[in-house]
Design a protein around this ligand. Structure first.
Ligand SMILES: Cc1ncc(COP(=O)(O)O)c(C=O)c1O
Length: 441
């Protein structure tokens, strides 16, 4: 066992992200180390990881192959720029990722996060429309309740109110499709709900309104952060059709659905729809080093790159695009996904996971359970006048009883590492069921 780091004395300096800082610092919960399916707290309590960290540690914690790849790369070359220079591991990582992206999407642009991937994808879409002589296409369409990170592009096309309201006017020329959250029609659906494909038709209405000024539509194939919205059967195919009909690019934000989460390497394969641009992050390096990427269709790359005058073709990039340590981690993580067939493992255990999730039906205050791949959302009736309170209290109870869950509003989301086994699933849903019952007592 590794040494447990000491508990820090000063909790004030770190302004914690997406955190109730005052509440947290009054009663801190500290994760000190991690291995396989588990975290361990400062006082060495085992916490089963029901969320793969933040939807990202898909291959399980502390994978030796990834750690060693990072160590080797750090010792060989810590950093090198990728502006007008290259280093082997970045090219190797891009080629390896492209082996698994949907056919045609084999040009890889590196970022450092999901947020940067979303903004990069939006910028590439705009640059493409301009390069092909459609420079009037400056409008971006997202979806209500969508989450595309926290950059200005991402929050503009995103549709989560609290993530926007502190931050002013957003990007201009953005519009939104309606969300697909409709428990009155779809409650307790297993997999893709049968109701809701028609919601994609709203794109026709946006085209009627905005004419040929829309550059791209961005959606998550399965919306995670907003509380697990599974795409209605036929919805994404309809969106694909309408984008083609209107000359609009379709971007899938696969920051959560990439890397096996839905039982296929990328979620687009599971939902049977191929986008023009696909964003990824999180599972790309198994979260061991921050990295994101955008997979772009060859036609888009060629249009922007081959059509440009000599010199830089796309005025975009990050100091750490293709960072050697991240690239090494990505190569090792992709190799692990292949060697252990992690998407196949997720597929194989999905029915057991699904049954376990739906076994919570009938517990007090559970008003919907939805699932796809190794993701489930359990929606609770919020407490009268105290939204989020019930879910947060259940989160604390679970943590105290050795389970990490995630909550958004009054929705509990579970997305364990893909190495999860039946006994882990029993423990995850058993602990959660106890907490839901105890909270109602
Ligand atoms: C679909 C989606 N896009 C973008 C992001 C943002 O990723 P990051 O936090 O790495 O910037 C997330 C994070 O959860 C996400 O779920």
């Amino acid at each position: 066992m590794n040494d447990i780091p000491p508990r820090p004395n000063n909790l004030e300096a770190f302004w914690m992200p997406f955190t109730a800082n005052r509440g947290y610092k009054a009663a801190p919960r500290m994760l000190a180390r991690a291995e396989g399916m588990h975290y361990y707290t400062n006082d060495n309590r085992e916490i089963i990881d029901g969320t793969a960290g933040l939807w990202c540690v898909n291959a399980g914690h502390g994978r030796r192959e990834i750690t060693e790849a990072i160590q080797r790369q750090a010792a060989t070359m810590d950093f090198a720029p990728t502006f007008q220079l290259g280093h082997p591991i970045a090219f190797q990582a891009a080629a390896k990722i492209a082996e698994h992206t949907p056919a045609g999407l084999d040009r890889i642009f590196f970022t450092n996060s999901g947020s940067e991937s979303a903004d990069t994808a939006l910028k590439i879409a705009l640059a493409y429309q301009r390069a092909r002589g459609q420079s009037q296409r400056v409008r971006l369409v997202g979806r209500e309740r969508g989450y595309h990170g926290v950059g200005f592009g991402g929050i503009s096309v995103g549709g989560i109110g609290p993530n926007r309201k502190q931050f002013g006017a957003m990007l201009p020329y953005v519009d939104h499709l309606p969300h697909t959250h409709a428990p009155q029609h779809t409650a307790f659906s297993r997999g893709e709900p049968q109701w809701g494909a028609h919601l994609a038709d709203h794109l026709d209405a946006l085209v009627a309104l905005h004419g040929d000024t829309i550059a791209a539509v961005i959606v998550e194939p399965l919306a995670g952060s907003t509380g697990v919205l599974v795409p209605p059967a036929g919805y994404l195919a309809r969106l694909r059709e309408l984008c083609d009909k209107h000359g609009i690019l379709l971007i899938f934000d696969e920051v959560i659905t990439g890397f096996g989460r839905l039982g296929t390497f990328f979620g687009s394969e599971r939902v049977g729809v191929t986008p023009d641009i696909l964003t990824m992050a999180k599972g790309l390096t198994n979260a061991a080093v921050p990295m994101g990427a955008v997979a772009v269709h060859d036609t888009i790359y060629r249009t922007i790159v081959d059509g440009a005058p000599a010199g830089i073709e796309l005025f975009h990039g990050y100091t750490y695009s293709g960072h050697p340590l991240a690239a090494a981690a990505a190569v090792a993580a992709v190799d692990l996904h292949v060697a252990e067939d992690l998407p196949g493992r997720a597929r194989a255990i999905e029915p057991y996971f699904t049954d376990a999730a739906h076994s919570l039906r009938g517990l007090p205050n559970v008003i919907d359970i939805r699932n796809l791949g190794l993701v489930t959302g359990i929606e609770l009736q919020g407490r009268e006048g105290k939204p989020t309170d019930r879910a947060v209290r259940i989160f604390h109870r679970c943590f105290d009883n050795g389970l990490l869950i995630r909550t958004t509003g009054d929705i509990i989301a579970l997305s364990p590492p893909l190495i999860v086994e039946r006994a882990h699933i029993d423990r995850i849903f058993g602990t959660l069921a106890d907490a839901i019952r105890a909270e109602a007592a």
